[in-house]
Design a protein around this ligand. Structure first.
Ligand code: COA
Length: 583
């Protein structure tokens, strides 16, 4: 079916709907309703049989929805209405939520219902949920609605009829007055709900060290205590702040924009504070790495960075012959410092007597490559870009040259650019069903490194590697498996993924022929090295990257600034034009 996806941005959910419709043989095209881009013209040109709006902040014009069936995806259960649906759900501590697919109508979110799906709402940040449970529910509802529409016989259900009505649960925009944290009164559970409901946008506006900041992200601290509101410690760039009955970790801060000043952006909290940061105890970044807790050792289930233990962004745990190195960085971005810490943790894991090492396995983004915000904030962005790409390359090189055990990349959330290539450095890539991969760099004006010129063609062949990097379109986990990019697709909820990975990893470690596979891998690496040394790939990639970074006329710098500072997009990007037409 010819389906036009209309959205305010080609964001994670729009990408997910796009790839899953395409996987099912539909021909989705994409139109961004931004600037003056005329939807009517796109509709006239594309002649869609159906219009679907996975994430739309503005209303579809009346003449479009009266002439075409237009389905709006609302991230709330039946009857829920308003622009801050998911924010309210988290703010109020809902444990279950849903997604409804409605027909566009005069009144926002009041149209006839085509489908709806429910989901759990575990205690994690809003954007993590949006890319996880909410995206899964949205896909169930969208695919059902599309099937119903295709049947030609299904009549969508009005929200009101004789003798019945879906309860109208309209809620206003959740503004900063309601999000505000009362450090002297709010218990930890409330503080965490407020932080999570505002993650990753808009953050919670607060005062800190005499200035106004948006707080981004929130995780519980189990042991540290102090005067409510007091800063207690730092770890891995995050701040620990006391509440009335505990403490929370805040990983990122964004200064409030000055009237008329440039757009501000998030940074690791300690970096954002810079000289304002008082002297605080700096906790070791990898608490459980060197002394796994007894509970962890007993349960065999690793504490995820968002799990039961004190918060950390990198964690190591073992279960018999399998090591699990988990990491979780906000937005999937990996700064020079984060790459170096992860490399140190990886080397620690290599020193352990395991035969399978699992990298990743958490929820949400696996990785999105170098940290564009940290680069943007650097005094010399070109030099910081260079340091960051070298740091991530060092990590990737260590993975590729690990020949004494099998390495599995467990991709529980989306991955893009160098972060997708990082996964390809492992022997096996296991992806959660529902993951969207963007294995390309072109949209940031980069050639890319992370040894992708070695790993990508070896997995998918030169032609597919060229297509993926040139067309710069997202790929579903299922398509990635067909291409050879991914070895195993794991059907699991985001919360179940880690356990499923642990189960498969145990089977892999206990399976017959493991030692032969490890020996073959070593030989394969030696053979590849003889054909073309790994260093040669790196040098070639970095020669192009160096030119891009240090030639300030290269589009990368402007593209990065626009991305980090969220400059508005004025039209549908050229790489999305014509995607609905047969290639
Ligand atoms: N550096 C810094 N921040 C990054 C990032 C990166 N490499 N990749 C993603 N983020 C941040 C985004 O700015 C966004 O921040 P927000 O929470 O303040 O909104 C958040 O992560 C989520 O990203 P978003 O773009 O909203 O998600 P999406 O699902 O719509 O798109 C990507 C995901 C990965 C396609 C998109 O973020 C992207 O293109 N990232 C850049 C990838 C890249 O070029 N990396 C550098 C080369 S290795």
């Amino acid at each position: 079916m010819r389906i036009l996806l209309v959205a305010s941005a080609f964001n994670s959910l729009t990408q997910r709907v796009f790839v899953e419709l395409r996987d099912r043989g539909h021909r989705p095209a994409v139109h961004l309703m931004v600037g003056d881009d005329p939807l009517r013209e796109a509709v006239r040109e594309y002649r869609p049989e159906l219009i679907v709006a996975p994430m739309l902040k503005t209303a579809v014009p009346r003449d479009v929805w009266t002439a075409h069936t237009c389905l709006i995806v609302h991230p709330g259960p039946l009857g829920d209405r308003g622009p801050s649906a998911l924010d309210w759900a988290i703010h109020e501590g809902a444990e279950r939520w849903g997604v409804t697919v409605l027909q566009a109508d005069e009144l926002m979110d009041a149209g006839d219902v085509w489908a709806h799906a429910e989901c759990e709402l575990p205690p994690v940040g809003k954007s993590d949920l949006y890319r996880g449970e909410i995206a899964d529910a949205a896909l169930r509802a969208v695919l059902l609605a599309v099937r119903r529409f295709a049947s030609g016989t299904y009549l969508p259900r009005p929200q009101r009829g004789p003798g019945w009505a879906v309860p109208d649960h309209t809620r206003p925009y959740l503004d900063q007055r309601l999000r505000r944290i009362d450090w002297a009164g709010d218990p930890t559970a409330t503080v965490l709900r407020k932080l999570r409901a505002a993650d990753s946008q808009p953050g919670v506006l607060d005062e800190l060290l005499g200035a106004e900041w948006y707080l981004h992200g929130g995780h519980p601290e189990r042991e540290l205590r102090g005067k409510p509101g007091e800063l207690l410690a730092t770890r891995a760039g995050a701040l620990c702040r006391a509440t009335v009955d505990g403490a929370v970790w805040i990983p990122q801060l964004r200064p409030r924009r000055r009237p008329g000043g440039p757009a501000t952006f998030k940074l690791p909290a300690t970096l954002a504070l810079g000289d304002r940061l008082p002297v605080l105890p700096e906790l070791p970044p990898l608490p459980s790495l060197f002394s796994p807790s007894a509970a962890q050792r007993r349960s065999g289930v690793p504490d995820s960075p968002q799990g039961k233990g004190s918060w950390t962004d990198i964690d190591y745990h073992e279960d018999g012959p399998v090591g699990f190195l988990r990491f979780s960085f906000p937005g999937g971005a990996m700064s020079t410092e984060q790459c170096r810490r992860l490399l140190a943790a990886y080397r620690h894991a290599l020193a352990r007597p395991t035969s399978v090492l699992v990298l990743g396995g958490g929820r949400d983004f696996f990785s999105n490559g170098i940290h564009l915000n940290v680069i943007e904030a650097a005094a010399d962005p070109a030099a910081e870009s260079w340091a960051n790409i070298n740091a991530i390359d060092d990590l990737v090189a260590e993975l590729i040259t690990t020949t004494d055990r099998l390495v599995v990349a467990a991709v529980g959330g989306n991955a893009a650019a160098g972060g997708a290539m990082l996964a390809l450095a492992a022997d096996e890539v296991w992806c959660r069903e529902g993951v969207v991969l963007n294995p390309h760099y072109r949209l940031m004006g980069l050639h890319g490194s992370e040894y992708w010129t070695y790993t990508l063609p070896s997995r998918v062949g030169a032609a597919a590697a060229d297509r993926l990097t040139r067309r710069a379109l997202p790929v579903s986990a299922a398509s990635a498996q067909q291409l050879g990019l991914v070895d195993r697709v794991i059907p699991a909820t985001p919360g179940e993924f880690g356990r499923e990975v642990a189960r498969f990893a145990a089977l892999l470690a206990a399976g017959p022929g493991l030692q032969e596979r490890i020996a073959a891998k070593k030989l394969g690496r030696e053979r590849d090295e003889a054909i073309k040394p790994l260093d040669a790939y790196r040098e070639e990639e970095l020669a192009l990257m160096r030119r891009t970074f240090f030639d300030l006329d290269e589009p990368y710098h402007a593209l990065r600034t626009a991305f980090v500072r969220k400059h508005p997009v004025h039209s549908t990007p050229p790489h999305l034009a014509g995607v609905g037409e047969p290639s």
